[in-house]
Design a protein around this ligand. Structure first.
Ligand code: PLP
Length: 392
């Protein structure tokens, strides 16, 4: 049995999504900008998907701009707002220290062009305190960007309160909701934001397609120049099959926010409880609540996460580490580091993320193999370097 517990990296597409993408690829091949029948058929697919995405986040369809995914949506929100607000003299961009690279590296790029970037710190809960956000936001802030749910530890951020602080300083508020849309109810009006990013492949939709919700009246400079697509906001012939898939994924997600989310939460809690009970020296990273129902990030004392990940993969179990391997060295997770965890703990953590096709049998199988694998790796480490016992 192969177990896929890496839904936060990407999700398997729902069968209905595959069907819609296939049908649109084969049958709806017109260019949505064409006035003839074929074009209008494609435009109808876009309109339908736009309504489905809008309904999922309580927005108006005219406010939804289709993009190539979460990364483009984040870039569009931040670069588009920064450029539109440049004449006002507002030069500060604010984000939390635990954002995805799509936000952090966009801020970094803009600092090379005269913008200042301020990162809001977090504590070991992995939750941004609205007070800390308030302190970070200066009078000349242009945009505040804080993610709705964190991709590594799943914690849900107090977006409405941070949006209040941003608006009090006259700044726009963006939230990267890539990891919350489809997992928990997301309501753009209740969140009080101006811009919200989402990505289809995180909610059982296809890869390479997403959307940016832009509140009506928000000034945003397009980042792609070209034709007049998407009401002049995003140039380029629309990805009709991908958008059709996103629409179907959004409709499915709306029906699954109740019982299905509770089912996944029960599985996740049983997995987490089982690991904590059966593997000594394990700790959950970040606050357990508020957290999206599918994510658990766990530290394994005296085990290198990368080795455990490979050992699990050999047993057919796919999980993830927050650390990235760059130029041959293990970069510790910037999220766990920002939470103030020790250097060792940032490198011995695994993320388990579940979803639509996860089952009780899969949870049992992972709880079953982990104690043996961890024991074996700890034995090897202790033989190699007895002093590593002292670390924790
Ligand atoms: C929080 C968050 N933002 C943005 C992205 C990027 O989305 P995409 O893969 O659609 O570009 C991801 C994907 O890992 C994510 O988890």
């Amino acid at each position: 049995m192969r177990v896929y517990f890496d839904y936060n990296a990407t999700t398997p597409p729902a069968p209905e999504v595959v069907e819609a993408v296939l049908r649109a690829t084969r049958d709806i091949y017109g260019n949505a900008s064409s006035v003839h029948h074929f074009g209008q058929e494609a435009k109808a697919v876009l309109d339908d998907a736009r309504s489905a995405v809008a309904a999922l986040i309580n927005a108006d369809p005219s406010e939804v701009v289709f993009t190539s995914g979460g990364t483009e949506s984040d870039n569009f929100a931040i670069r588009g707002a920064a450029e539109a607000l440049e004449p006002t003299g507002r030069r500060q961009l604010v984000a939390s220290a635990i954002e995805h690279e799509a936000v952090l590296n966009t801020l970094k790029a803009l600092t090379r062009r005269g913008w200042t970037a301020t990162l809001i710190p977090v504590d070991e809960t992995g939750i941004v305190a609205p007070g800390a956000a308030g302190e970070a936001i200066a009078e000349n802030a242009a945009l505040v960007s804080v993610m709705h749910a964190n991709n590594e530890i799943g914690t849900i951020q107090p977006i409405a309160r941070i949006a209040e602080a941003a608006h009090a300083r006259g700044a726009l508020m963006h939230t990267d909701a890539v990891q919350s849309v489809g997992k928990i109810p997301v309501d753009v009006r209740a969140l009080g934001v101006d811009l919200l990013s989402l990505s289809a492949h995180k909610l059982n939709g296809p890869k390479g397609v997403g959307a940016l919700w832009v509140k009506r009246g928000t000034r945003l400079q397009p980042i792609l120049t070209g034709g007049k697509h998407e009401r002049n906001r995003r140039a380029g012939t629309e990805n009709v099959p991908g958008i059709a898939g996103l629409g179907v994924a959004a409709r499915l997600a709306a029906t699954k926010l109740g019982a299905e989310a509770a089912r996944v939460a029960t599985l996740r809690d049983r997995l987490e409880g089982g690991i904590l009970a059966r593997v000594p020296g394990t700790t959950v990273n970040g606050a357990r609540e508020p957290r999206v129902p599918n994510t658990s990030n766990i530290s394994f004392d005296r085990v290198e996460a990368e080795s455990l990940l490979i050992a699990l993969d050999l047993e057919g179990v796919a999980v993830s580490t927050g650390s990235a391997c760059s130029s041959g060295t293990l970069e510790p997770s910037h999220v766990l580091r920002a939470m103030g965890l020790s250097a060792h703990r940032t490198q011995n953590s695994l993320r388990f993320s579940l979803g639509l096709f996860s089952t009780d049998a899969e949870v049992d199988s992972v709880i079953g193999v982990l104690p043996r694998l961890v024991d074996k790796l700890r034995g090897l480490t202790e033989r190699r370097s007895p002093q590593s016992l002292a670390r924790g």
